[in-house]
Design a protein around this ligand. Structure first.
Ligand code: SF4
Length: 374
């Protein structure tokens, strides 16, 4: 039986018969991957043996990239003779990354092959900083660490136990573990990074990493050193580009000419720290033009509390909310925003009009920056 092959001289079956990837409504452009049903046995030429044509058989094993929190799908090409991973490529049927990885994904092979990779627990035997370690077993490591934590708890020294989260984000599970231990010792580098945005998201919608429906949006509003310009969320970036190809207008608010700003339809570069003023000026314009999403606001925002706290002189009915907000935002005029933020007034008005026209199909994201409170 002829096995599937991906040698360059003979296009692989999927090249001859482009197929649609699940989760990819766009196209059938991912045509260079061997078809999923052949992953147990894929033959290809060994590039290291060139110019000889040496065929190797691989099993393609789905896994994930651990080089950032996007957790894109990968396929590990496992040599069926040696059992070793030969390379990593994207996984075309992964629902988020859909086979499109950044360069760090295939570079995962360097971690597998890294001669300095730590394969077992090491315990310090010298002074801190001396760099002296001895190898211990997993059982020893778990016993020693567990007994120290247990002793601290038995002696009511709960505050001496803390946990520092790394990658990947195991936050939800570890939160439950830490709470069951009765401690609040969760630390993360995000305390000085994305926490400003995440606190806002968590209090606004109960989840700190939302994914807006970028692919189906009409207006995509990205502010700060957000996921798409920063270090991860390739799956978001793909869908933003899809949305833009489908006609969405991309607005990027960033003091820097970031990658996203370079591809945006509007690049607003306010003075760092003035973003909130800019946003409130846009909000005011939307309210004035009555192009705000009143239905959404009425359904999801606690406007009753807002009215009671800020405008006890008004009846607590939704009909009063719009004017109360305009009154509240009285100082945030486009002219004043232009002066404070350093963005042209006409641009602010234009962007507000664009947002207003995309009512109900607005997707936004913010992450780390002064706008996010850090
Ligand atoms: S964006 Fe790149 S580094 Fe991050 S998970 Fe995907 S392939 Fe890996």
């Amino acid at each position: 039986m002829r096995m599937p092959t991906c040698e360059p001289a003979r296009p692989c079956p999927s090249r001859r018969s482009p197929r649609r990837s699940p989760g990819n409504p766009m196209t059938n452009t991912l045509s260079s991957y061997p078809p999923e049903e052949t992953w147990d046995h894929v033959e290809s030429l060994d590039p290291a043996a060139w110019p000889k044509k040496v065929r190797r058989a691989h099993r393609l094993v789905p896994t994930t990239c651990f080089n950032c929190e996007a957790n894109c799908g990968l396929l590990a090409w496992v040599d069926k003779n040696t059992g070793k991973i030969t390379k990593f490529e994207g996984n075309p049927v992964h629902p988020a990354s859909r086979g499109r990885n950044c360069a760090k994904g295939p570079a995962t092979i360097n971690q597998v092959e890294d001669p300095e990779r730590i394969l077992w627990p090491m315990k310090r035997v010298g002074e801190r900083g001396e760099g002296l370690w001895e190898r211990i077993t997993w059982e020893q490591a778990l016993d020693q660490i567990g007994s120290r934590i247990g002793t601290a708890f038995r002696e009511d020294r709960h505050h001496e136990v803390m946990y520092h989260v790394g990658r990947m984000g195991d936050d939800s599970y570890m939160e439950r573990v830490l709470h069951s231990w009765g401690i609040d010792g969760h630390n993360s580098h995000t305390n000085i990074c994305s926490s400003g945005a995440r606190v806002g998201y968590a209090s606004w919608m109960g989840f700190d990493r939302p994914s807006a429906d970028f692919a189906n949006a009409e207006v995509i509003f990205l502010i700060s050193s957000h996921l798409e310009a920063g270090h991860y969320f390739n799956p978001h970036a793909q869908r933003i580009i899809e949305g833009q190809k489908n006609g969405a207008t991309v607005v990027c608010v960033d003091p820097r000419l970031s990658n996203t700003a370079a591809k945006a339809d509007y690049w607003l570069s306010p003075w760092p720290g003035t973003e909130a003023f800019l946003l409130l000026a846009i909000a005011r314009l939307l309210l004035e033009a009555e192009t705000w999403d009143a239905t959404f606001f009425e359904r999801w925002v606690n406007w009753e509390t807002f009215l009671r706290e800020t405008r006890p002189d008004l009846d607590c009915t939704f009909a009063n909310v719009r004017q109360a907000l305009i009154d509240q935002y009285v100082e945030y005029t486009p002219a004043e925003a232009a002066r404070i933020c350093g963005v042209e007034e006409s641009t602010i008005r234009e962007v507000a009009a664009v947002i207003g026209r995309g009512l109900g199909k607005f997707a936004s994201h913010t992450w780390r920056a002064s706008s996010a409170g850090n």
